[in-house]
Design a protein around this ligand. Structure first.
Ligand code: ATP
Ligand code: MG
Length: 325
């Protein structure tokens, strides 16, 4: 069975961007692939996190993975910091990374822009991500469109290591799952769970009133036509993408349905659709979150991941000369 690895940061509560761009697709992979779903808390701390909130967000992310349909008996759900091999291999991957190529990453540029005191770890995020993936001999990495550049760098680093030391790493293929979902407040920016403006995203745990308010106040243009045009009408185009992904209808069919009806009717129905999709997920979430299913799954997941990670960690240490014999 081919191996899949995908990570999500517990840097907030997962949004529609994470769900429609990544998580939603994971459920189907479970039958045909050996899947590792990682809660990447060491990535999350590359920007400041409140420690108490971070712990809770990890449990919530684990419960959300399960609530959308990830079965811990089929897939491995685990926390990155509970498997030390990730940071051990990350150090080795940093040693084959060049500062210039890390500085070119758009995520680094976006997240460091205008900030003072940017952490060194924000720069070295991609070698840690490469380690996460390479440790398990991953064949396929299903991620949202925003991670394309990091995936290419992972392949570059794996290939460089293989040539310089020993041919041990599988070069992973990326599987870009869907369109990039944009911020509701600034459709030029991607939707992010760590956005300081909570109106910019819909979280998977937002209640009905909040979802309706956020959709109604989403930034659109002044022309009332519900039409997909990313360049001239980025706000409504983003809402059309969300609508189409939520009810598996083509954008063209939705445009036709709302022909002449204006933004008001469209936004009202989109809010209703969003609530309908989220309701059963939220119900399952609260059942799981309040049970001991989360800890049981995470304990088993970390045991499995720790065992599997040793094989390539030791090979990499051997190849670089970090073992005594
Ligand atoms: P942060 O703001 O902390 O970086 P994030 O919302 O970008 O959070 P990540 O944990 O970085 O979320 O990414 C988790 C997964 O969601 C990845 O597969 C990523 O590609 C995908 N993803 C993130 N944002 C979007 C988006 N706006 N549209 C589509 N996919 C997305
Ligand atoms: Mg991100």
């Amino acid at each position: 069975m081919k191996k899949i690895f995908s990570g999500i940061q517990p840097s907030g509560i997962v949004t529609f961007g994470n769900y429609l761009g990544a998580m939603k697709h994971f459920v189907d992979f479970q039958t045909s692939y050996d899947c590792m779903f990682c809660i990447v808390d060491q990535h999350a701390i590359t920007t400041p996190q409140d420690p108490v909130a971070l712990r809770d967000q990890k449990r919530k992310l684990a419960a959300l993975y399960m609530a959308v349909g990830i079965d811990p008996n089929k897939s491995t759900i685990f926390i990155q910091s509970e498997v030390p091999a990730h940071t051990q291999l990350a150090w080795m991957m940093q040693c084959v990374s060049y500062i210039g190529e890390l500085e070119r990453m758009t995520q680094f540029k976006d997240k460091s822009e205008g900030k003072t005191g940017v952490s060194a770890a924000l720069l070295t995020y991609p070698p840690l991500m490469a380690a996460d993936i390479l440790l398990y001999g991953t064949d396929i990495v299903p991620v949202g469109d925003d991670q394309r550049q990091h995936l290419e760098l992972t392949r570059t680093l794996a290939d460089r290591f293989n040539r310089q030391y020993a041919d041990i790493f599988t070069l992973p293929e990326s599987k870009i799952l869907g369109r990039r979902i944009m911020s509701l407040q600034n459709p030029e920016k991607k939707m992010s769970k760590s956005d300081a403006n909570t109106k910019a995203f819909i979280s998977m745990l937002d209640d009905e009133k909040t979802i309706t308010k956020k959709i109604k106040s989403a930034v659109t243009d002044s022309d009332p036509e519900v039409r997909f045009d990313e360049e001239k009408k980025p706000g409504i185009s983003n809402l059309l993408t969300i609508y189409s992904l939520l009810n598996n209808q083509s954008v063209a069919a939705i445009e036709k349905e709302y022909d002449g009806k204006g933004y008001g009717a469209f936004k009202t129905n989109l809010a209703e659709l969003a609530v309908t999709v989220l309701r059963p997920i939220q119900k399952r979430f609260y059942d799981i979150y309040e049970s001991d299913e989360v800890d049981n799954a995470l304990d088993a997941g970390s045991d499995k991941a720790n065992e599997q990670a040793q094989h390539l960690l030791q090979k990499a240490e051997g190849a670089m000369g970090l073992q005594r014999n």
